[in-house]
Design a protein around this ligand. Structure first.
Ligand code: FES
Length: 111
């Protein structure tokens, strides 16, 4: 069941930026890469470090703790399709951005 929540405009990062969106006990990392917004759980699945301070390389973010890299679009660990961090669907409705917080676990993307 979907659980769509509007992200306040003040929490939306500008192009090239990132931010955190906290809601109902969740902490979501929002990253804007060249105008495309991505939403991932801000907890690395390896040992729980925050990904917020990770190094960005295009569409990948590197965990600052031990260096694992995740694809922002899929949540997948770089080079793997079976491991990753939870990502959340985003939907624009006019100028408002909504996030579906019902997807709380890593989902293996369909090919
Ligand atoms: S906590 Fe992220 S790579 Fe170890």
């Amino acid at each position: 069941m979907s659980h769509w929540v509007e992200i306040p405009a003040s929490a939306l990062p500008a192009s090239g930026g990132r931010g955190l969106f906290r809601h109902a006990g969740r902490c979501v990392l929002l990253v804007n890469v060249d105008g495309t917004l991505f939403a991932l759980d801000d907890s690395c699945p390896h040992a729980g470090a925050s990904l917020f301070g990770g190094k960005l390389d295009g569409r990948f973010i590197q965990c600052p703790a031990h260096g694992l890299r995740f694809d922002l679009a899929s949540g997948c660990l770089a080079g793997r399709r079976d491991l990753g961090v939870a990502r959340y669907p985003l939907e624009w409705r006019g100028d408002a951005c909504f996030i579906d917080l019902s997807e709380s676990t890593f989902q293996v993307p369909t090919p």
